[in-house]
Each structure stands twice: as structure tokens, then as C-alpha cells.
Design a protein around this ligand. Structure first.
Ligand code: CTP
Ligand code: MG
Length: 227
């Protein structure tokens, strides 16, 4: 049974407000997604690394990816993250019970050791699971005008990260049947089928680069890891 990393990288990065999609923006001298791939390439348990890019992608081919020996690229991105992942799963040619670890291209500070840990923790799990961190801040529910309605208890609340690790066929089925705006990660598709993925402790350093200021933060995290 194989472990396959699947990296959705077909987004346009609208919140980043940059003409170049954020996965190709410069981060410490390399395109952002290079760091994501570099982290995954260090995970010995992974058998394949597969990137899903947009059919119209004009940037991928302008970089040299030869140092990543096992990299596969699929030009089958969809209109939403979930569609990109589903298209990727359908094009993968994997065995039904292979594990797929879906990881956002936009999380370049992933610690390879956390991926190895989640593979060990979930090895015998019937469903699979995700990296996540417990919510640290006090949560407020707001109404129009930024008025607080109430404080939402944070007990038991976690922030989902990636990788999210599931069986190839089960995840494809969950995404195909559950597809909709409420499916914002892989786990939510499995939950919709009544299944209970496991939470595996992630790290606050595994941030998703979303807004312009996140690039600087990612750069600082990568630099801190090097010393
Ligand atoms: N993604 C994708 N296909 C899409 C949308 C998103 O493969 N149609 C990928 C992005 O490239 C990113 C990951 O899913 O690596 C997480 O999505 P997000 O951070 O939301 O990226 P974008 O959708 O590109 O950004 P935004 O929502 O600000 O437009
Ligand atoms: Mg998005």
C-alpha cells in the first residue's frame, strides 16, 4: 500500500492580490511551492509526489523542477480546491486502498517530521485524519457592524491544516458525492458520509500563505528552521 502526496496548486490566490498566483511568488529566493515540494521530498515514507495545476497555468514550465526526482504534474485543476483534488484523484492511477496525503501548495513551512508522524499514527485507522491545532484565541460570533453576539466556547475546537490523509477511493467517493461550498477540506467530505477522521497534532508554523503579510511570516519561519 503506497503513500501518495497530492498537492492542489491550481488556485489563483485572490486574497493575495497579486497578478502571479501565490504558489509561484518568490519566497526566500525560490517559488513558494518549491518549499512545499522540498518539505514533502524529505518524507521517506512517501512513494509519489503529485502536483495538480491549472490547465491554463503559465508559470509552472518556467521553473526547473528536475531536482525533485519523483515529481508528477497533472494539468487538471478545477474551479474549487475540492474539484482540483477530485480531478487529481481520478487521474492518479492509484490502488483503491493507497493512502493519499492532500497538502496545500500554499503551506510551504510544513515540517517533514510531522508528516512521518501522522503516517505512523494513522497507519491502522479505519478512516484517516488530518493535521490540526487546538484553537488558542477566544472566539466571538459577530453580526453586521462587527457587534459581538456572543463568545463561542472554544473547548474541543481545532483549526484544520494539511496534510489530510485518507484512502484514495474513499476520498474520491466522498468528494464526488458531497461536492459543494461546505466542503472546504477533505475531512469535511468524509464527515458528510458520517465518518470520523482523527485529529493529529500539527504546528502553528504550518501556516497557509493567504494574505500578503503571510509571505514575510513564512520567510521568517523558514529562516528560523535553518539556524
Ligand atoms: N487550489 C486549487 N484549485 C482551486 C483553488 C485552490 O488547487 N480551484 C489550491 C491552491 O492553489 C492552494 C490550496 O488549494 O494551494 C489552498 O487554497 P487557498 O489557500 O484558498 O488558495 P487560493 O484559492 O489560490 O487563494 P484564494 O482563496 O485567496 O483565491
Ligand atoms: Mg481559495
Amino acid at each position: 500500500m503506497k503513500h501518495i502526496a497530492l498537492i492542489p496548486a491550481a488556485g489563483s490566490g485572490s486574497r493575495m492580490a497579486s497578478a502571479t498566483p501565490k504558489q509561484y511568488l518568490d519566497l526566500a529566493g525560490k517559488p513558494l511551492i518549491w518549499h512545499t515540494l522540498s518539505a514533502l521530498a524529505k518524507v521517506a515514507e512517501l512513494d509519489r509526489i503529485v502536483v495538480v495545476i491549472s490547465r491554463e497555468d503559465e508559470w509552472w514550465d518556467s521553473f526547473d523542477w528536475r531536482e525533485f526526482k519523483y515529481l508528477e504534474v497533472l494539468r487538471c485543476g478545477g474551479a474549487s480546491r475540492a474539484e482540483s483534488v477530485l480531478n487529481g484523484l481520478q487521474a492518479l492511477q492509484a490502488a483503491v486502498d493507497d493512502w493519499v496525503l492532500v497538502h496545500d501548495a500554499a503551506r510551504p513551512c510544513l515540517d517533514p517530521a510531522l508528516v512521518s508522524q501522522m503516517i505512523v499514527v494513522l497507519a491502522d485507522h479505519p478512516v484517516g485524519g488530518i493535521l490540526a491545532v487546538p484553537v488558542a484565541d477566544t472566539l466571538k460570533l459577530a453580526q453586521l457592524g462587527q457587534q459581538i453576539v456572543h463568545t463561542h466556547p472554544r473547548d474541543g475546537l481545532w483549526q484544520a491544516q494539511t496534510p489530510q490523509m485518507f484512502r484514495v477511493a474513499q476520498l474520491a467517493q466522498a468528494l464526488a458525492t458531497g461536492m459543494g461550498p461546505d466542503i472546504t477540506d477533505e475531512a469535511s467530505a468524509l464527515e458528510k458520509l458520517g465518518l470520523q477522521p482523527k485529529l493529529v497534532m500539527g504546528s502553528p508554523w504550518n501556516l497557509k500563505v493567504t494574505y500578503p503579510q503571510d509571505l514575510r511570516l513564512a520567510e521568517l519561519i523558514l529562516a528560523a528552521r535553518e539556524v
